[in-house]
Design a protein around this ligand. Sequence first.
Ligand SMILES: *Cc1c(COP(=O)(O)O)cnc(C)c1O
Length: 370
Amino acid sequence: MTQIPLVDLKAQYASIKQEIDAAVARVLTETSFIMGPEVRAFDEEFAAWIGAPHAIGVSSGTDALHLVLRALGVGAGDEVITSAMSFVASAEAIVMAGATPVFVDIDPCTYNIDPALIAARITPRTKAIMPVHLYGQSADMDPILEVARAHKLAVVEDAAQAHGAKYKGRPVGTIGDAGCFSFYPGKNLGAYGDAGAITTTRADLAEKLRMLRDHGRRSKYEHLIDGYGNRIDALQAAILRVKLKHLTDWTARRRAVGTAYDVALTAAGITPAIVPSWAEPVWHLYVIRCDDRAAAQAALKSAGYESGVHYPIPLHCQPVYARLGYATGSLPVSERAAEEVLSLPIYPELPSDAPGRIASVLAAVRPGRI
Ligand SMILES: *Cc1c(COP(=O)(O)O)cnc(C)c1O
């Protein structure tokens, strides 16, 4: 029986093995492992691909978020508003900066932060809003920017899942003060280890972030500010430069898979993922809802299809954030989504008959939808 995983990194490596192996050999031969020409070139090429004036390669997506908060002066006693439905790193970076995460509930259709609920959570301590472009689809940025402007708050985009996604034609990562990307291996652009990047339209922030990632350096021996060892590895930069050349093509293939799911699920009587008119998603994940998720997962598994859940526990319900005092039911849309979301296999090399077959399996168990 065919086994279709949720993500297939081996298929991708097989398709670009020669290019990758040559890039790795080049770095090993030149022994320029920290900063240097690969990192400089990657920063320029990633900025150009996103359509941002500045990009700064760093050690991970989590570190990207943390460094941006530091660069914006967010620290002890401050609060940062973010979505309750995300990977833990969104909140973790806020805590790393010494600040407190304030979780806001989500829109039930897009799973992104509900802009209408933000104002009520703003206090005199609020310094920034961190929307997450979850599953590769932009949050509704205009009302977020409006509330941020009215209260003089910074906007940090968590674009860790959304390389190349657009909002009303604008690339995510160029809309707020800065955007943070992850190159965790399973992301749309994945390194062979940990890596991340920050994009920004602000030259002042870019300059500060370049120092922050490299021990606060202004020059080799002169350290101007308190910094970190958060540089992107030259090896990862070289690998990512190879992959970046394929990212437009891979993104187009993800979009084709997304469309195939839309068509097949609709034909099977199952509600597909919802895309607002202003969003151009890059389908990091394709997520549907199920009344009986366990039954849907079991049926898919026995037919040879892996599935996933992103995420089964909303951030305000995580034990680590219990100290923040949220009660069960306080962010009901996130809590319900956490029980019902189901991620279907999606990656550029997914066999083209998979969406149709998966829709048939799901139709047989009638997973339902809100
Ligand atoms: C992956 C991810 C991160 C963290 O990125 P790392 O590179 O793993 O540190 C942050 N936010 C979201 C939404 C993510 O999916």
